[in-house]
Design a binder for this molecule. Structure first.
Ligand code: PHE
Length: 375
């Protein structure tokens, strides 16, 4: 009995000081795949997001308060983004959610943000359905109808490909969508999809699909997937003697593409959101600050988009003059001509950004910028 009093008291004190802390800072939730199969995506976007938050805080924060980034790891697992989104909203009472990178995972968190009427900004999910969930869901990147068009045109006009195979990951909303938009444009422009094959996330053996593709006699293979499978597919294609160009979208963007793919990925192409080789002063400053903060690492597209997502949120918080969710939502929706490292963000009526795509190739085991394609 005697012991219980101080225990209760200290619990009360802890509760009160947590309450005070929460009032001091502006809590922003972040959901990322920090571990698991797409850990590279989560690690990158997190490093960019955190750098932005640290820079904002170093300059005094927003509205006289520091931003506190509360990061939750979904372990790259299906279902986990919904669970941690609920946790961030109910336990941490975050004023907004940043994330996810992968479209399937953004599609898990979006309905939760929408129902709670707490704004969510996806840095990098390109599937159109993500922002269609509702008026509290935004993104700071382009969408796949644009990306699919960019790669269809590039294949036809630059690679001079007329007959193509498409190899889609049917368990990824991103892959299914990007395949669709590529197909529509490629066929509309007079190209032919000679064969379509499918796989699922986590598959390791693509020989059956690639053998069928080789037999179809195509001039190129479009692989709208993520880097692990894209790299394995390219290696196995070369092992089977399929020498035509393979190309994909932003899901290819990771140093692991080079590590897993080895020399096989030379001569592949993909579209993405930015290039660290850009000579814009803003990008140069960002690349330098990122390298200084993260052990000399060069920021990739997800890092750049994570960075911009936090800056766009901070800008909206300032314009909203507070954290009231409806006002913050309106301020995010009104984002116009906001200059970031992935270009200028203006959020349209559908809450998407319209930005240029960068096309990258792999040459001698290194990423190389090919061209920028304006929207
Ligand atoms: N656009 C991908 C998706 O929607 C995610 C991604 C973004 C991957 C940026 C790589 C780089 O699932």
């Amino acid at each position: 009995m005697i012991l219980r009093v101080p225990l209760v008291l200290s619990a009360l004190l802890a509760f009160t000081s947590a309450g005070l802390r929460a009032a001091d800072t502006i809590k922003v939730g972040e959901i990322a795949s920090m571990t698991g199969k797409e850990a590279v995506f989560g690690q990158s976007s997190h490093k960019g997001t955190l750098l932005a938050v640290e820079q904002i805080n170093a300059k005094g924060g927003v509205l006289g308060r520091q931003i506190e980034l509360v990061t939750e790891d979904n372990q790259s697992k299906a279902g986990e983004s919904a669970t941690v989104a609920r946790k961030l909203l109910s336990r941490d009472k975050v004023v907004a959610l940043l994330g996810e990178v992968a479209s399937s995972r953004s599609l898990e968190m979006a309905p939760i943000a929408q129902r709670a009427r707490i704004p969510m900004i996806s840095p990098a999910s390109t599937n159109p359905k993500v922002t269609e969930v509702g008026d509290y869901v935004f993104r700071v990147c382009f969408i796949d109808p644009f990306q699919g068009t960019v790669m269809a045109k590039f294949a036809k006009e630059n690679l001079k490909i007329k007959r193509v195979a498409v190899l889609t990951s049917v368990s990824s909303a991103y892959s299914v969508g990007l395949a669709k938009y590529f197909r529509e444009r490629f066929v509309a422009d007079g190209g032919e999809i000679a064969i379509e094959q499918r796989y699922a996330e986590g598959d390791k053996d693509f020989k059956a699909q690639l053998t069928a593709i080789r037999a179809a006699g195509v001039e190129g293979v479009f692989v709208p997937g993520y880097y692990t499978e894209a790299a394995l597919i390219t290696r196995q294609a070369r092992e089977l003697g399929l020498e035509v160009p393979l190309f994909g979208g932003d899901g290819w963007e990771a140093p692991q593409l080079l590590e897993i793919g080895g020399p096989a990925v030379n001569g592949t192409y993909y579209s993405t959101h930015y290039s660290p080789e850009s000579d814009s002063p803003q990008v140069k400053d960002f690349v330098a600050a990122f390298r200084a903060r993260w052990n000399g690492e060069t920021p990739d597209a997800m890092a750049a988009l994570g960075y911009d997502s936090a800056l766009v949120l901070a800008d909206a918080l300032r314009r909203a003059g507070g954290t009231e969710p409806a006002k913050l939502r309106d301020a995010i929706a009104a984002t116009k001509d906001f200059s970031g490292v992935t270009g200028v963000t203006t959020l349209g009526a559908q809450r998407n950004a319209t930005k240029a795509a960068s096309i990258i190739t792999v040459k001698d085991g290194k990423f190389q910028f090919v061209q920028s394609v304006a929207p």
